[in-house]
Design a protein around this ligand. Structure first.
Ligand SMILES: *Cc1c(COP(=O)(O)O)cnc(C)c1O
Length: 393
């Protein structure tokens, strides 16, 4: 039925379940628990809950289930589990799959909290983790072993916007029987074809483009029905990282407009990346959707578009980056991304502060690097704001 709908129809109607009142807007079931008609009914539901039967909000909730069905339809996944944050999704997806003695290969360029989970948490429980340069296929070939359980990477690395070839890494991993788990935040669910290209599990921070208006934290894990219900759900429902019904309701409303927002943000990012080419204050303009990006051909093949984030490397280092940030009037200094409001971040001193200096240097997180998340404002106003702030440097 809903499988035949195109994306924008799915995003408005997919997964909707109406109560007896026939409400137009998705109902917010702000309830932790559910009442049973009898003691026998309660017993039966604990043995096996049906599709539309709920027990406790940590296990599931009607509003959360609507969000899960809608995002699964968008991603083309069999099923989804909604989590309290993006990090609950990353750590839940990984921890639910792994046990002591397992081997993991991960790209080295990771969001600080993802790096913490792989480097500091999983290793404490006896998981061996090998880090590689995710753009180097020979490095993946050398690192993936017969006993490798899974590989993990951000499909576009935060904040340096290097792109990892999903199909090629998946082929290497699958040849050794390893599964492919990807953090797909920067690709966005609108331009993602990660499952089709060989990923087994896709994880999002819904805090970013899915909410898209800076209100709530959330995350989601997507994969096969068997993986979500047999591996992820038991782990998440007992360890407590489930999404709240209120946040799920905000995310459902976010999904209604995500296609419009992300496409508008992406065309804004394209215009800004073009306008900044050759600017004397900049050492580099990094935008996956611009032909100057070294992996632009891969971006075209893998996503079609470059997404909503640009990275600028200011020639004058940290002092220039700070002067630029402080001179912006429309673009906000903050650390979220994917928001309707444009946001600039200095990764080296904020989101990636905890990385060792030599790792920052290896990853290209230079003192002059500024990450720019493009919002839905008029691109002409944004270009004027950015050019004027660069002038002030
Ligand atoms: C923001 C982000 C996360 C974490 O998401 P939260 O919702 O903040 O927990 C994980 N991975 C990437 C790539 C992110 O950008």
């Amino acid at each position: 039925m809903t499988d035949e709908w195109k994306t924008r129809t799915q995003l408005v109607h997919g997964g909707t379940r109406r109560s007896q009142w026939g409400e137009v807007s998705e109902a917010l079931f702000l309830t932790q628990g559910f009442v049973y008609d009898s003691a026998e009914a309660a017993e039966a539901r604990f043995v096996q809950a049906g599709e539309d039967e709920f027990i406790y909000a940590r296990y599931g909730n009607p509003t959360v289930a609507m969000f899960e069905r809608r995002i699964a339809a968008l991603e083309g996944a069999e099923d989804a589990f909604a989590t309290a944050s993006g990090m609950a999704a990353v750590s839940g997806a990984l921890t639910s799959m792994l046990k002591a003695g397992d081997h993991v290969v991960s790209a080295r360029a990771l969001f600080g909290s993802c790096l913490y989970v792989l480097q500091e948490v999983l290793t404490r429980f006896g998981v061996e983790v090998t880090f590689v340069d995710g753009t180097d296929l020979d490095a993946w070939r050398a690192a993936v072993r017969d006993d490798t359980r899974l590989v993990f990477f951000e499909t576009i690395a935060n904040p340096t916007l290097e792109v990892i070839d999903i199909a090629a890494v998946a082929e290497i991993a699958h040849a050794k029987g390893a599964e492919v788990v990807v953090d797909n935040v920067f690709a966005t669910p609108i331009f993602s074809r990660a499952l089709e290209q060989g990923a087994d599990v896709v994880v999002y921070s819904a805090t970013k483009h899915i909410d898209g208006q800076g209100r709530t934290l959330g995350g989601v894990i997507l994969g096969t029905k068997a993986y979500i219900r047999k591996t992820v759900e038991p782990y998440m429902k007992h360890t407590g990282g489930s999404m709240s019904p209120f946040n799920a309701w905000v995310m459902l409303k976010g999904l209604e407009t995500i296609d419009l927002r992300v496409r508008a943000q992406t065309s804004g990012a394209e215009a800004i990346a073009t306008a900044l080419q050759g600017n004397p204050k900049l050492k580099r303009v990094i935008y996956p959707g611009h032909e100057s990006h070294p992996q632009n051909a891969l971006v075209q093949r893998q996503m079609g578009k470059g997404g909503t984030v640009i990275a600028l490397d200011l020639a004058g280092g940290q002092a220039a980056a700070f002067a630029f940030l402080n001179a912006l009037r429309i673009v906000l200094i903050s650390n979220n991304l994917g928001d309707a409001k444009s946001i600039a971040t200095h990764p080296a001193t904020t989101t990636h502060q905890r990385l060792a200096e030599d790792l920052k240097a290896t990853l290209g997180i230079t003192p002059g690097l500024v990450r720019l998340s493009v919002g839905i404002e008029d691109p002409e106003d944004l270009i004027a704001d950015i050019l004027r702030a660069l002038e002030a440097v």
